[in-house]
Design a binder for this molecule. Structure first.
Ligand code: BDR
Ligand code: CA
Length: 311
């Protein structure tokens, strides 16, 4: 049976690759909706980018609704990542303007409605950006929790952060939302920097994708080969968000451990840190499966194979 999923996202080049991988995997994944959130860039731009990426997937992709969501974190002012993604969020990707607008209705309402209409444990939530929409949905409608099979999220870090020494970007931006999600009681898979920094797309792999001869392949190649504004070097592009979809499709390529995870919500230097009790010192009930390694070469081969199926 196909796994019903909602992808909550802030595209972002790596979000874009994750979306395309999900569109290329409709035989395994029943993509019910894409919901957008402010993160890498403001929500108007993440929504436009989600629509532009959907447009690459042809008529079949057009049936997946895109709903615009939260314009900023629960409490903190929005911090964005143009230094990684460029002002348009997709590193200046040469993609046309969206062919259509987002579906009317707020992303949070859409998440609630889709969950309510599903059987118990019927929907997997896949957040690829700050967790604002999910936290709002959980707070507004806690009755949806039994409908959630699991939450497979990109966020957090076993070691150092990438936004601050302590924090990974998605959790740093909205740590209060992250605290609500980690505390929600549903199974969580945390795909953090500990694993995603093992999945660096090499020049050779990006060239293979560009050589597929498809619009999606050309778009990915374009996004991943433009110089990143932050002077982040040219040694490859981490495929943070695609690891979430990769985990859904090929869990056997990943390994990790059940742990207790807490998101730090203070305003000091630890803001957004995920404190992971890897050794069970606190003797607290684990609230997440923390993924720590991936067979990256196999992941990229399987991803590229999937991407060949897109127009
Ligand atoms: C995460 O932050 C974003 O910039 C990426 O899209 C990814 O979701 C990595 O820290
Ligand atoms: Ca993202």
């Amino acid at each position: 049976m196909r796994e019903a999923i909602i992808i909550d996202t802030d595209p972002g080049q790596d979000d874009a690759v994750a979306l395309l991988l999900a569109f290329a995997s409709r035989d395994r994944l029943d993509l019910r909706a894409i919901t957008t959130v402010a993160g890498n860039v403001p929500v108007g731009q993440t929504t436009a980018n989600a629509l532009r990426i959907r447009d690459l997937t042809g008529a079949e992709g057009a049936s997946v609704p895109v709903y615009a969501g939260a314009g900023g974190p629960l409490l903190f002012p929005l911090e964005t990542a143009e230094f990684v993604c460029g002002p348009d969020g997709l590193a200046g990707a040469d993609l046309p303007a969206p062919a259509s607008e987002a579906t009317p209705g707020h992303a949070v309402e859409a998440i609630i409605a889709i969950c309510r209409a599903s059987p118990d444990h019927g929907v997997t939530l896949c957040p690829l950006g700050p967790l604002t929409n999910l936290a709002l949905a959980i707070r507004l409608a806690p009755d949806i929790l039994p409908k959630v099979k699991r939450i497979v999220l990109m966020g957090g870090a076993l070691g150092l952060g990438n936004m601050t020494p302590a924090a990974e970007f998605n959790i740093h931006v909205d740590p209060h939302a992250a605290a609500i999600v980690f505390d929600c009681g549903r199974p969580i898979v945390m795909v953090g920097l500990g694993v995603t920094l093992q999945a660096i797309a090499s020049h050779e792999q990006v060239a293979r994708i560009g050589g597929l001869g498809t619009a999606a392949g050309r778009a990915i190649h374009g996004m991943l080969t433009r110089p990143r504004p932050g002077g982040l070097g040219t040694s490859g592009h981490p495929m943070h968000d695609p690891c979430v979809i990769g985990f859904l499709l090929w869990p056997e390529l990943f390994s990790g451990r059940d742990c207790h995870v807490e998101a730090e919500t203070g305003t000091g230097p630890l803001r957004g840190r995920t404190t992971i009790d890897w050794h069970g010192r606190l003797r607290r009930e684990p609230n997440a499966y923390v993924v720590s390694s991936v067979e990256a070469a196999a992941l990229f081969n399987r991803m590229i194979e999937r991407l060949t199926t897109l127009p």
